[in-house]
Design a binder for this molecule. Structure first.
Ligand SMILES: Cc1cc2nc3c(=O)[nH]c(=O)nc-3n(C[C@H](O)[C@H](O)[C@H](O)COP(=O)(O)OP(=O)(O)OC[C@H]3O[C@@H](n4cnc5c(N)ncnc54)[C@H](O)[C@@H]3O)c2cc1C
Length: 501
């Protein structure tokens, strides 16, 4: 019997498998594809996930940049309107421009380093569950069928999730069928580029700032000069005739012309691909009605999809981090906190529905939307509004339920503290990379004891009023104190609740 079978070797399935392995649990990944996908998808990680990958030692590997990640203090976009993050004292928004293919490659390498077994070419076809485990039916590329047993199954098998369907979990929400989105890696006339601002100066239209999409009465346009690649140009239009023909460069150019009212001579790039040339009709915003059915769990796109871009991996990889340690704990300590996966993660998806739908409304055609955008643009001059929206984009505004825990940090990711200990200065993000529970003792006496073999204690000093922090393996604060003599009974009660006696 396997401990956990993860169905789907995309970013979120691989992240789940890595977390399980960190927690000391054997994970087997079943992936239908015999080779990794070459279809470019996400252009990067946006939001709290960037801080979380730093807390797994993956930021440098993924971004190719030295850490720690820095918050974005320039511009970001919301519904094709610029969010001026420089208005904020401390921007809550992090981003890392890593193509999804590179993210998957890095996570697969990491999973193999941690001893995860990845079975490529193995397709999940069905499951039945009983009180002791789950029987999974799988198929090899030559059609040969086999079965395997596992204590738990994680469906990380994408938006059309066969696992979700097999577990009988509905996927309610909205599918918008009025939009057509097109995107292509393309060369643009070099003499249209402003070297100072990086803008694409479109004669007859004006400058289009990099990464800041614009909306016109006829649709949306964006220009994204991504590192190491030809720029990505993209449009979105409403109420276009649906075409089933393969997408062409001529179609991309005609779409830009319709949206901007100007012919932009984009050309197919030379050099190494894969190059995007894509048309997507419609888009869906849906959240699974449950994230758990008995011994079966959903993570990533299997649990939620959003028409608004830039959100999928922020949610999915954090689902994986949340579920991974809880499943591992069920084996290691026997403690069952598995139901908290849904109570913690589903509200984050619900919040992203708001984000997605608000953007869809603000991008739609029509004079009344133009009026609404004008008003919204005025509101965006106010730092408090920018702060609110930046937190929404980052997914930094949802606190996990913290019960009657009075401390303001409880239920939030631990702050990015610098800790001064006997071995020098260490960032909290480096301390938590093993994915184990930690008690950080910042009391003047430095003599706190967790009373548990499973909870490592770090004695340190830091520039904060907090005197003790109990962190879960996902680096969320389970308990905290500002008292120089923290209530040890209260601390141990929380340790018992999350990590066992
Ligand atoms: C065009 C586009 C642009 C995007 N841009 C962004 C962006 O900028 N930022 C962002 O955060 N997100 C973006 N997203 C969303 C992001 O790509 C997804 O959220 C992410 O790929 C979801 O990962 P996943 O692991 O949950 O699912 P997937 O990546 O879909 O992986 C699921 C895996 O399961 C496998 N599988 C399916 N069925 C079976 C089966 N029966 N047996 C075995 N294996 C199976 C599949 O082969 C696949 O490998 C974009 C998506 C698209 C389409």
């Amino acid at each position: 019997m396997e401990n956990v079978v993860v169905v789907g070797g995309g970013p979120n399935g691989l992240m789940t498998a890595c977390e399980l392995a960190l927690g000391g649990v054997r994970a087997v990944v079943l992936e239908r594809r015999t080779e990794p996908s070459t279809e470019p998808r996400s252009n990067g990680l946006v939001g709290e996930v960037v801080r979380m990958v730093d807390r797994r030692g993956l930021f440098e590997r993924l971004s190719g940049r030295p850490g720690p990640p820095q918050p974005n203090s320039g511009y970001f976009m919301f519904a094709a309107m610029p969010l001026n993050l420089s208005l904020l004292e401390a921007s809550p928004l992090y981003s890392a421009p890593v193509p999804e293919l590179a993210t998957v490659r890095t996570l697969e390498e990491r999973a193999r380093e941690l001893g995860v077994e990845i079975r490529r070419g193995h397709e999940f076809v069905g499951l039945t569950q009983d009180a002791d485990g789950v029987t999974i039916a799988a198929r090899l590329p030559d059609g040969q069928a086999y079965e395997l047993r596992a204590s738990y199954v994680v469906g990380a098998d994408g938006a059309h999730s066969p696992v979700r369907k097999a577990a009988g979990i509905g996927f309610p929400g909205v599918t918008y069928d009025r939009t057509t989105s097109r995107a292509a890696h393309a060369t643009v006339p070099t003499d249209w580029l402003d070297p100072a601002s990086g803008a694409l100066n479109v004669p007859g239209h004006g400058p289009v700032m990099p990464f800041l999409p614009i909306r016109t009465a006829r649709g949306g346009f964006s220009y994204a000069p991504l590192p190491g690649h030809a720029p990505l140009v993209a449009t979105v239009e409403w109420d276009q005739p649906v075409s089933e023909e393969p997408m062409t460069f001529g179609e991309m150019r005609a779409s830009i012309n319709r949206v901007l009212g100007v012919d932009v001579p984009v050309e197919r790039p030379s050099g190494d691909g894969p190059h995007v040339l894509r048309r997507i009709n419609g888009g869906s915003t849906r959240v699974a009605e449950r994230y758990r059915s008995g011994r079966v769990f959903l993570v990533g796109d299997a649990g939620h999809v959003f028409a608004a871009g830039g959100t999928g991996l922020n949610l999915g990889m954090q689902d994986a981090i949340n579920l991974g340690w809880k499943l591992a704990a069920a084996f290691r300590t026997g403690i069952d906190v598995l139901d908290t996966y849904e109570t913690e993660r589903r509200p984050v998806a619900d919040r992203t529905v708001t984000y997605s739908q608000a953007q869809a409304a603000l991008l739609a055609p029509g004079d009344e939307v133009t009026g609404l955008r004008r008003l919204f643009g005025e509101l965006l001059a106010q730092p408090a509004v920018v702060q609110k929206l930046a937190e929404l984009v980052a997914g930094a505004d949802v606190r996990y339920p913290a019960g009657d825990m009075p401390h303001p940090l409880a239920g939030w990711p631990a702050p990015d503290l610098e800790l001064h200990g006997p071995d020098g200065i260490i960032r909290l993000a480096e301390l938590v990379r093993k994915g184990r529970p930690i008690l950080i003792d910042l009391t003047p006496s430095g003599d706190l004891d967790s009373g548990s073999d499973d909870v490592e204690v770090i004695h340190a000093k830091a520039d904060t009023d907090t005197t003790a922090l109990l962190l879960r393996p996902d680096s969320y604060v389970a308990w905290a104190s500002n008292d120089p003599h923290p209530d040890v009974d209260a601390l141990r009660a929380v340790i018992g609740e999350w990590f066992g006696p």
